[in-house]
Design a binder for this molecule. Structure first.
Ligand SMILES: Nc1ncnc2c1ncn2[C@@H]1O[C@H](COP(=O)(O)OP(=O)(O)OP(=O)(O)O)[C@@H](O)[C@H]1O
Ligand SMILES: [Mg+2]
Length: 256
């Protein structure tokens, strides 16, 4: 299950401020695309445009040729899109398992009546999704925490719970916003291995926003560098790291 994403000429404005200016790129099926750039470059805003949380003032976003912009974010799971957030917002008073199960809701069929009556096919679906939630938690070494309240889990693990939740929707395209933030060196190594496996096993297409260049170099096929809302360049991670415009953008940010 993999998808092709096309972002074409996207503009985003808030009041008089231009946050994204004519951003375009394509992500091929089963590839991992990195989105990098200094703080405030517009990376999260671009994710918000792809996932329907922001409406661009111009441009188009399509998944497998289907225009996604008119859709509400809640409908995007139905066309195979899932994401995690820069600042995860879990249901802190629910268990880790219940948080992950939220990702499976979009796959349940049946209207309100069948929920009330709970016919056998609904019960079977629920049981299967619960089983898959445990498998997903196991895959990411988190099954031990299934019954723990999310609020009691160390903050560094919240993004991993979010990733499990996103995976349970069985996406074709997965957007990850700074998945390595706050992780130790060995946790980043684990994350790299999991993301590689997800791509090779399920052919998942992924876009990863990340400041951790080690992770970007290890897993991406291509990257785009954003600076002040514009795409500065696109190429491999190695090409980006030696591009003088990219070096300048980061140094400019540090000097400011
Ligand atoms: N809802 C909003 N209203 C007004 N301005 C916004 C809004 N969302 C984003 N911005 C502005 O858009 C710019 C880009 O922000 P964004 O969060 O997309 O950057 P980023 O590249 O994700 O940065 P970081 O690496 O720090 O997460 C910033 O100047 C930010 O203030
Ligand atoms: Mg961001």
């Amino acid at each position: 299950m993999s998808a092709r994403l096309s972002v074409a000429d996207v503009f985003l404005q808030f009041g008089g401020i231009t946050v994204l200016e004519s951003v375009s790129f394509d992500v091929e099926p089963s590839t991992i695309f990195g989105l990098v750039g200094p703080n405030g470059a517009g990376k999260t805003s671009l994710f918000n445009c792809i996932s329907g949380h922001y409406k661009p003032s111009a441009g188009s976003v399509s998944i497998d040729g289907e225009d996604v912009l008119p859709r509400a974010p809640s409908k995007l799971a139905h066309i195979g899109l899932a994401r995690t957030f820069q600042h995860p917002a879990l249901q802190l008073h629910s268990t880790v398992l219940d948080n992950v199960l939220l990702g499976g809701h979009c796959r349940l069929t049946g209207g309100a009546l069948s929920w009330a009556l709970r016919p056998p096919h609904i019960v079977r679906q629920e049981r299967r999704i619960r089983q898959q939630a445990h498998e997903t938690l196991e895959r990411l070494d988190l099954d031990w925490a299934a019954g723990t309240m999310a609020g009691e889990l160390p903050h560094a693990l919240h993004k991993r719970v979010e990733l499990c939740r996103a995976l349970l929707s069985r996406p074709k395209l997965l957007l990850l916003d700074e998945p390595a933030a706050g992780l130790s060196h060995s946790e980043v190594e684990d994350l790299i291995a999991w993301l590689r496996n997800l791509r090779s096993e399920f052919g998942l297409t992924m876009i990863v926003v990340e400041h951790h260049m080690g992770l970007i170099s290890a897993i991406t096929d291509r990257v785009a560098v954003l600076n002040q809302g514009r795409k500065l360049m696109e190429g491999t991670a190695a090409e980006a790291q030696r591009d003088p415009r990219v070096v300048e953008a980061y140094l400019g940010g540090e000097a400011a």
